[in-house]
Design a protein around this ligand. Structure first.
Ligand code: SF4
Ligand code: SF4
Length: 282
């Protein structure tokens, strides 16, 4: 049985932070909208519980999910399932962490991001230390702004050596980095160069749509977050007939959660079991 890597993105769209570079709409969800998001999540959790395949899940919300009790409860519940082999969530790590204590340490591994304009480095590192003390693994990421280079170096120095610090390249400005900048950031994140490019993907083989797929709140299944065509639905079972290898139909792929499935990059060798939470083997 193939392991499925599922990227879940429900209707939640609000965040407790307001980063200037945020690629997502900054909204404030109403109580009603949050209830609907919780209903969608409950349905997804029930579906996962009903399956037998090995499943890995990365929650990739439009905003911050882990400050909400329903996401915390979903992780607690799913981490007790034998066939759920990995659970991760993209998070700014601003939530309280007590709820994590009842999650399985082998299954839950978080994708955390540090946002320097929203939290002090000291406070973020204190959260990391709490995670360490509780025995959870996680990756830490930042956006590679040149004016933040010193602060990023400092973060690297202060994080435990075994915690991977990834840097997302700032790609909105063409030629933003000089070769020297690229070298400086690569000294901090040895895998930085993968993220500095939009990988040519048109016609190339990608596992998104085969062993990895994305699911929205209604259960609509797409091969990834970057191609809008709906392949089928999770809840009527129609998605299963259409999961198969197929070439990419976009010109390029520039986001880690997408290009790691482009076969010619062989990034599955680099990330192995840590592909969802972005923890490389080396
Ligand atoms: S924490 Fe993430 S989702 Fe929230 S505003 Fe910042 S970049 Fe956007
Ligand atoms: S290469 Fe990127 S855009 Fe193309 S199918 Fe794969 S994940 Fe989607």
């Amino acid at each position: 049985m193939n392991r499925w890597n599922i990227l879940y993105r429900g209707p939640l769209s609000s965040c407790n932070y307001s980063c200037s570079y945020c690629p997502f709409a900054k909204t404030k969800n109403t109580r009603q909208e949050l209830l609907y998001d919780a209903e969608c999540l409950e349905r997804f959790v029930e579906w996962v519980e009903s399956r037998k395949e090995p499943i890995g899940i990365l929650f990739t919300p439009w905003g911050e999910a882990l400050i909400h009790r329903h996401y915390q409860a979903a992780l607690q519940r799913l981490s007790q399932q034998q066939h759920v082999v990995r659970l991760s969530a993209q998070t700014n790590l601003s939530c309280g962490l007590e709820w994590l204590d009842s999650c399985c340490r082998d299954t839950v591994k978080l994708w955390t991001t540090y946002h320097p304009t929203q939290m002090s480095q000291e406070d973020f590192l204190a959260q990391c230390r709490r995670m360490d003390a509780m025995g959870f693994q996680y990756s830490v990421g930042v956006v590679g702004f040149k004016h933040e280079l010193e602060a990023i170096r400092e973060l690297r120095r202060k994080l435990p050596p075994h915690i991977y610090l990834w840097i997302n390249a700032y790609k909105r400005e063409h030629d933003y980095y000089t070769p020297q900048d690229l070298e400086r950031f690569s000294r901090i994140d040895p895998h930085f160069s993968w993220n500095t490019r939009y990988h040519k993907s048109m016609g190339k083989s990608c596992l998104a749509g085969h062993t990895s797929f994305s699911v929205d709140g209604k259960g609509d299944v797409r091969r990834c977050h970057f191609i809008d065509a709906v392949l089928g639905n999770l809840y009527d079972g129609s998605f299963e007939r259409v999961l198969r290898p197929r070439p990419c139909t976009n010109q390029t792929c520039g986001c880690h959660i997408g290009y790691v499935y482009l076969e010619e990059l062989s990034l599955r060798d680099l990330y192995g079991e840590g592909i969802l939470e972005r923890i490389p083997r080396v």
